[in-house]
Design a protein around this ligand. Structure first.
Ligand code: G3P
Ligand code: MG
Length: 225
C-alpha cells in the first residue's frame, strides 16, 4: 500500500508549505498530495478557500492578489508556495497528486505538468484529482495522458462506476466511505482505491487488509515506520 504525504506532511509542519514537503521527503514518502488554486496566472498551493485558518491573512484566497498572498505567513514564517516551487523541491522521482481546488484550475495545472513532462518527468508521476468532477472531465478531454483521480466526499459509495466514467486511474475516497465491495469493484475495473485522511496506524492496517492501494496521511513518518 502506497503512503501519500497529505498536504506534504501536515502533521509535522505547516500544511502545504515547502517545510511540509521537505518533512514528507525526510520521512521517506514516494508520493505527496497538495491542493491548488489558480491566482493571477499562477498555481498556488493552499487548501482552504479562506486564508484565515492557515495564514496571518484573512478573506477568500480567490479575491486576493498573488503579490499579497506571497507576503503572508503560512506558518513558522513560510510562504504560500507556487506549485512549481514544490515540484522543484520534490524532483522527478516523487509522485504528486495535484488536487484541483478552485474553479478553472484544470487547464493551468495541465499546462504546468506538461512543462515538467517536457523536461523528462514521467506523466505517471502525476495524478490530477478533484471533488469538482467538471475539472476532472476537462482533464480527461484535454490531457488524457495525465492520470486522473475522482474524489468523493463522505457518502456511501458502492461501486467504482463514477471513476470509470471519467477514465480515472483511481477512486479517491473518504476513510468513512470505503468498503470491501467498492475496492473489489474498482479492482475488477482496473482502478485503484486511494483513501484520505488516515492518521491511525491500526486503521491503515485494516485498509491494507481490505486491499486499498494507497492512503493519504498527515503523518507519513508514523505510517512508514
Ligand atoms: O486528496 C485527498 C484529500 O486531500 C481530499 O480532501 O479536503 O483534505 O483536500 P482535502
Ligand atoms: Mg487535498
Amino acid at each position: 500500500m502506497k503512503i501519500i504525504g497529505h498536504r506534504g506532511a501536515a502533521g509535522l509542519a505547516p500544511e502545504n508549505t515547502l517545510p511540509s514537503f521537505q518533512a514528507a521527503l525526510d520521512a521517506g514518502v514516494t508520493w505527496v498530495e497538495l491542493d491548488v488554486y489558480a491566482i493571477d496566472q499562477e498555481l498556488v498551493v493552499f487548501h482552504d478557500d479562506m486564508l484565515d485558518r492557515c495564514t496571518n491573512g484573512t478573506g477568500p484566497i480567490q479575491s486576493t492578489p498573488l503579490a499579497h498572498l506571497r507576503t503572508l505567513d503560512a506558518g513558522n514564517g513560510a510562504q504560500i508556495p507556487l506549485l512549481q516551487e514544490v515540484l522543484n523541491l520534490l524532483g522527478p522521482d516523487i509522485g504528486v497528486n495535484v488536487e484541483l481546488k478552485g474553479p478553472r484550475t484544470a487547464r493551468p495545472a495541465i499546462q504546468q505538468i506538461r512543462e515538467y513532462v517536457g523536461k523528462g518527468w514521467p506523466p505517471e508521476r502525476f495524478l490530477l484529482s478533484s471533488f469538482d468532477h467538471a475539472q476532472v472531465r476537462l482533464a480527461q478531454q484535454e490531457a488524457p495522458d495525465i492520470p486522473r483521480g475522482v474524489l468523493i466526499g463522505r457518502r456511501p459509495v458502492w461501486s467504482a462506476r463514477i471513476a470509470e466514467k471519467y477514465g480515472a486511474t483511481s477512486l479517491n475516497l473518504n476513510r468513512r466511505s470505503v468498503h470491501r465491495r467498492v475496492v473489489a469493484d474498482a479492482h475488477r475495473k482496473g482502478i485503484e482505491v486511494w483513501v484520505y485522511t488516515v492518521n491511525d496506524p491500526a486503521e491503515a492496517e485494516r485498509l491494507r487488509d481490505m486491499d486499498v492501494d494507497a492512503i493519504f496521511t498527515d503523518r507519513p513518518d508514523l505510517m512508514l515506520a
